[in-house]
Design a protein around this ligand. Structure first.
Ligand SMILES: [Zn+2]
Length: 217
């Protein structure tokens, strides 16, 4: 798996005026190396090809590999019409990923798995939701510091798998707080700022689930 962004040059015929031109279609986006490209993707502008003659713009669906090591994120983004092959694609993605890992230097190996997504728009929406979780996590962390509420910080890949905020307040300062600890921490946090709706939602879902357990590995 290459650590750069890559593109294909393709021949395009404008759907509006018939002009033939060469378009650039991105096939891999490395957010760490190319933050501008990341912004273009998250702005929903990636792989929109514009006719040089009449400015007609058309989106071209194509597989995109998205990597953001800082966020522990590798996403295989397929066109939405391939969603019916989900089971097969999930299997082949994991197989290819683990095969590639075995030939890597141990320290270059990833200890998190790639995710499978159908459609760039779906991915953009996922990242938007993740971003709002990150915003509330930052606020929560600041409150925890200010009011001396102990907290644990989940790894990005772990929080994503749990669809959870990363900063979890806790009633104690142990590394793996229990359900009761986290509920106590959430009570203290929400007493300071009741507008943290993602935290209120988390508290409600933990309250509704007596088996809830924080697995940090
Ligand atoms: Zn045109």
């Amino acid at each position: 798996m290459s650590a750069v962004s890559t593109f294909n040059k393709i021949d395009v015929t404008c759907g509006e005026c018939g002009k033939e031109f060469t378009g650039i279609l991105w096939t891999a986006v490395h957010a760490g190396e190319d933050p501008v490209l990341k912004d273009i993707l998250l702005g929903g502008e990636l792989n929109i090809l514009m006719c040089p003659k009449c400015s007609h713009a058309a989106y071209r669906d194509h597989f995109v590999l998205y990597q953001d090591p800082a966020a522990e994120l590798i996403a295989y983004i397929y066109p939405p019409d391939q969603a019916s092959d989900e089971e097969f694609l999930q299997k082949s993605m994991l197989l290819a990923f683990h095969e590639a890992q075995t030939v890597m230097e141990p320290k270059a190996r990833k200890d998190y798995e790639p995710i499978l997504v159908f459609g760039l728009a779906t991915f953009v929406e996922m990242m938007r939701v993740e971003n709002s979780r990150a915003e509330q996590s930052q606020i929560a962390e600041a409150i925890c510091h200010e009011f001396k509420i102990p907290f644990v910080v989940l790894r990005p890949s772990k929080a994503r798998a749990l669809t959870s905020v990363r900063v979890l307040p806790s009633g104690t300062s142990i590394k793996t707080p229990t359900r009761a600890d986290v509920l106590a921490g959430l009570d203290r946090l929400l007493a300071q700022n009741s507008s943290l709706d993602l935290y209120a939602g988390l508290r409600a879902s933990i309250q509704a689930n007596p088996q809830w357990k924080l697995l940090t590995t």
